[in-house]
Design a protein. Structure first.
Length: 173
């Protein structure tokens, strides 16, 4: 079951959902819009080894925006801290940006119970496009879990910036 916009607002006011800062004008019928934070990160390596280090460079988004180019994955963050110990968040991009060729959270749209932070965003574009810090880029919905609740306690639970991933969990054979 998905929460409606009014239910999200009520649960946020009760402290059962965190959206900080909370802006009532960003509430939709069954989601809340989120905004792009002030920085992006790019992987520096031309070939990325999933089992190796992932050095990144940071781009501070200037007031006049930044042009994203095809062929790269940009890591951004939500402006808002988002999460809940009671509901499962799901972050997706805005269809209005998708129609312009901007794709967000294609592979990692489902959050974890108990993870409350500024979410790392995966941004991929199919044509050059200018984005601005603070602009609405996506929406988050909240789902009611069914079954025993085991809140997330991993590395990213309170992680609020897009940086190098944690040490690898896989080992090469």
């Amino acid at each position: 079951m998905i929460l409606t916009g009014p239910a999200i607002t009520a649960e946020q006011q009760r402290g059962r959902i965190v959206i900080d800062p909370f802006t009532p004008d960003l509430v939709n019928p069954n989601s809340v819009n989120y905004r792009l934070g002030a920085t992006l990160r790019l992987h520096r390596s031309t070939v990325i080894d999933p089992l190796g280090d992932h050095p990144t460079e940071e781009i501070v988004i200037p007031k006049d925006g930044v042009v994203l180019r095809p062929g790269r994955v940009y890591l951004g963050t939500t402006l808002e801290r988002i999460g809940s110990d009671h509901y499962v968040p799901s972050l997706i991009g805005r269809s209005s940006l998708g129609r312009l060729g901007v794709f967000l959270q294609v592979s990692a749209d489902l959050g974890n119970l108990g993870a409350i932070h500024r979410w790392t965003l995966e941004l991929v574009v199919v044509q050059p496009i200018r984005l601005y810090a603070g602009m609405v880029v996506g929406q988050v919905s909240f789902w009611v879990p069914d079954g025993a609740i085991h809140p997330y306690v991993g590395h990213f639970g309170g992680f609020s910036t897009a940086v190098t991933p944690p040490p690898r969990l896989l080992t090469a054979s």
